[in-house]
Design a binder for this molecule. Structure first.
Ligand code: MCN
Ligand code: CUM
Length: 795
């Protein structure tokens, strides 16, 4: 296997390969680092109006009445719209990505703090905001349901009384695996370990909040919508369905995005309000959230209350894993996941281990909290699954008195077992886990770290070493079993080579900062030999790109990346026909040498792809049956997901006086198959690891008992900075995906998935002398203190 390690990128080792994969600098950066990016809030249109949203101060309350007259009378206000106004047009409710409905503006009740109640359109942003304060809403406050554990109590107030006949807060039940077989394995096992584990509610908090500019042209009946979306095509189809607008007259443009992290997958009421406002006023309308609006009302992540159980032999062979989950979905089920997977890909909770049986039961409930449910670099709930299995495996290691690295190595799925069907029915396409684990241990100096820890413990110092090993399932997904609201999860790609040999590749996925303008040019360059600098990547505009489902679940490389490679091969196949005519030899007598076709045995006789491009558009005859031009289009339907894996090792020191956790070292070895741009991968990993430190140690969207969101600003919702993170130490192994045309797997979420368990395992390891076996995130000093005193606190 290919493997290696990298420390910080230096410009010297920046291999600016003219063609193909390599550490090429990002094509988008000259624009972005000079402040020349074009974000949604940069859009200014003549006569543009501004929209502001009035949000509920209560988590649960009946709306008795709304008086908008004072707001409407304020100079420079153009319109004030309430839920009742929308209801008159049949627009008060909209479908969510998971087949539930969500209020665009509340009509009957508000169901979470921050819910949209009314909006004002004014000539400027400040007037719009001032007018909100003049809207008088009379609320009849109801008891809120904040704790998911209380949601199903017989006397709990019913949140979703808008749903026909709904008399409780039950959202869905789901199970996977074999219950009886798992029970049998557990009953016969030497050792069973059980642990309650909470993955708290967190928020993606992208630097750019959500927003839109809607411009409805009443003459043409055309809607142009700039919006912060990770999935412009899917959004367009949904707008067509919700608003009844003809789809071909809607153009969704997702310009530069200041981060998404899943937060920009759902359709938010604000987007719909902006569209309605433009239709009503006949003017372009801009809506842009502020930070608090983003934190309290848009897609949250996690909020899983899990019980993990693991069964094993005394000598450390893992036999079974079982889990029961209480999933808090907030007031509306807005989860973004393929329809058949209400819990996303949580089914991979069996991790990287070859076990005999597994079973998961899940109950999802409604609570009076913001909707969302699958955002923040989660690969569709794999984050929760990996956290569960990697925490419970560590609990087992502690119980058995075994080294956690040894325990993992002993139970890995072996390379010859791939493709491997898990006990929950997933087919892991490929993997070679032991070399990845060994490389991480070598880079860490694992044995020496354990010695150091022993010496420190003797001194009363708290040092911990945490390991996590993950397998992800990314690249949704095969059409036969994956769709979102009936839209198959395939992606289109178009490649056009101009006469002078410069090319444009059009994608259906949407970069939020991942560097697609660079890496997709590299994929095409590798296949047809045109330098990446001569390949323009177009994305984020439904009028100018083929249909596809967008960027999330690290699916761009597995799905759209495959499409880009295949469309380039299709162009190359056509180029070969033209080359044979130009060189007057048969197709079979041509060799492809990156960027040129040459005659077998006579490499001096050749034509470049640029020559061929000119000929394809030029005068003279082309071979029989070959049309002019040099372009192709495909729609790629993946045959399976790709399964990246990784081994992470974290070293922490805890100050026994202040209980502060310091991440001293973090070693991350990732395997994402064929690596397109190692520098970009490294950036993705650094970012994800930083997210992981945030979730493990700092971040939580908490609520008080009245349902007030306690994480409504970045003063309260703490996100990590350079001060909290170490110099990341990264390495890699390469296990190509057998079914992906270039063997690449996704990587954009790997580090966010893998790092929280490594950090928590390290903290628990540090606290082992105190008898601590588990503590829930975020491991703030007060939680560490509580854990040390053996006084668990409710999350
Ligand atoms: N890459 C590569 N070789 C591979 C795999 C990936 O060079 N074998 C490169 C890709 O070409 C791409 C980047 O790494 O430029 C990420 O690729 P991929 O893993 O396919 O993920 P996506 O492009 O689909 O990005 C989505 C993923 C998700 S779901 C979240 S959430 C997240 C993440 O990306 N949000 C991000 N990383 C982010 N990075 C930034 N800067 N901003 C976000 O909002
Ligand atoms: Cu789930 S966060 Mo990403 O998949 O956009």
């Amino acid at each position: 296997a290919v493997q290696g390690s990298e420390r910080l990128t230096t410009f010297e080792d920046n291999d600016q390969k003219p063609v193909g994969h390599g550490r090429m600098l990002r094509k988008e950066d000259p624009r972005l680092v000079r402040g020349r990016g074009r974000f949604t809030d940069d859009i200014q249109l003549p006569g543009m109006l501004h929209l502001a949203i009035l949000r509920s101060p209560f988590a649960h309350a009946r709306i008795v009445g709304i008086d908008t007259s004072a707001a409407a009378a304020l100079p420079r206000v153009r319109a004030v719209v309430t839920g009742a106004d929308l209801a008159a047009q049949g627009l008060a409710w909209m479908p969510t990505l998971s087949g539930d409905v969500q209020a665009v503006l509340a009509t009957d009740k508000v169901r979470f703090q921050g819910q949209e109640v009314a909006f004002v359109v004014a000539e400027d942003r400040y007037t719009a905001r001032d007018a909100l304060e003049l809207i008088d809403v009379e609320y009849d406050v109801l008891e809120p349901v904040i704790d998911a554990r209380r949601a199903l109590a017989p006397d709990a107030p019913v949140i979703r009384d808008d749903l026909d006949g709904k008399t409780n807060n039950h959202c869905f039940d789901w199970e996977t695996g074999d219950k009886d077989a798992t029970e049998a394995v557990f009953a016969a096992a030497d050792v069973v370990v059980r642990q309650d584990i909470v993955y708290p509610r967190v928020h993606p908090a992208p630097m750019e909040t959500c927003g839109a500019v809607a411009d409805f042209d009443a003459v043409e009946g055309r809607l142009k919508l700039w919006s912060t979306t990770q999935a412009p095509h899917a959004h367009r189809t949904l707008y067509a369905i919700v608003a009844g607008l003809p789809e071909h007259k809607i153009q969704v443009i997702s310009p530069d995005l200041g981060g998404g992290f899943g937060n920009k997958v759902p359709i938010y009421p604000g987007y719909v309000c902006a569209i309605v406002a433009s239709i009503v006023t006949g003017k372009p309308v801009k809506w842009m959230e502020d930070r608090s609006e983003n934190l309290i009302s848009t897609g949250f992540a996690r909020d899983y209350i899990m019980r993990g159980e693991i069964a094993a032999t005394r000598d450390g062979r893992i036999l079974g894993i079982r889990t029961d989950v209480l999933a808090d979905h907030g007031a509306f089920n807005g989860t973004a996941a393929p329809v058949k997977y209400p819990a996303g890909f949580f089914g991979v909770f069996t991790g990287s281990y070859d076990i005999e049986a597994a079973y998961c039961s899940m109950t999802a409930v409604y609570t009076n909290k913001a909707p969302g449910g699958v955002a923040y670099a989660c690969s569709f709930r794999i984050t929760e699954a990996v956290y569960l299995v990697e925490r419970i495996v560590d609990c087992l290691a502690a119980e058995l008195g075994m080294d956690p690295a040894e325990l993992r190595l002993k139970n890995f799925i072996r390379p010859e077992q791939f493709p491997y069907t898990t006990k929950t029915g997933w087919v892991y396409d490929s993997g070679d886990y032991e070399p990845t684990m060994r490389l991480a241990m070598d880079l860490a100096g694992y044995a020496e770290l354990r010695k150091e820890q022993e010496a420190k413990r003797a001194n009363g110092e708290l040092m911990g070493i945490g390991i996590a090993f993950f397998t992800e399932a990314v690249g949704a997904g095969p059409r036969k079993d994956m769709d979102i609201l009936g839209l198959g999860m395939a992606d289109g790609c178009e490649l056009r080579v101009h006469p002078t040999g410069k090319a444009v590749v059009r994608l259906s996925v949407q970069s939020q900062g991942q560097g697609h303008e660079t890496t997709f040019a590299q994929i095409v360059a590798e296949e047809i030999g045109i330098p990446p600098a001569d390949i323009d990547v177009v994305h984020g505009d439904t009028d100018n790109t083929p249909f596809g489902l967008g960027t999330y679940g690290s699916r761009s490389t597995p799905v759209s990346g495959a499409a880009a490679a295949l469309v380039a091969r299709k162009v190359r196949d056509k180029a070969r026909l033209i080359a044979s005519a130009m060189l007057e030899v048969s197709v079979a007598d041509l060799d492809w040498e990156k960027g040129r076709f040459q005659v077998k045995g006579d490499p001096g006789k050749s034509v470049t792809i640029q020559d061929i491009a000119m000929r394809a558009h030029g005068a003279g005859d082309l071979p029989d049956g070959v049309e002019g031009g040099l372009e192709a289009q495909i729609c790629y339907n993946p045959s399976n997901l790709t399964y990246p894996h990784g081994a992470y090792i974290c070293v922490v020191d805890i100050d026994p006086g202040t209980c502060e956790v310091k991440v001293r070292r973090f070693i991350a070895v990732d395997d994402c198959g064929t690596r397109i741009n190692p520098m970009i991968i490294e950036g993705q990993v650094h970012g994800g690891l930083t997210d992981g430190v945030g979730m493990a140690l700092m971040e939580m969207i908490a609520f008080d008992e009245d349902g007030n969101c306690l994480g409504a600003s970045l003063m309260d919702y703490l996100i990590p900075t350079a001060l909290e993170v170490p110099d990341w130490e990264t390495g890699f192994t390469v296990t190509p995906s057998p079914h992906h045309p270039i063997g690449a797997k996704g990587v954009g979420e790997s580090a966010t998935v893998g790092s929280p368990p490594a950090i928590v395992n390290a903290v628990v390891d540090a606290l082992a002398p105190y008898g601590v076996r588990h503590a829930d995130m975020p491991l703030t000093p007060s939680r560490v203190w509580d854990a040390m005193r053996g006084a668990p606190r409710p999350p």
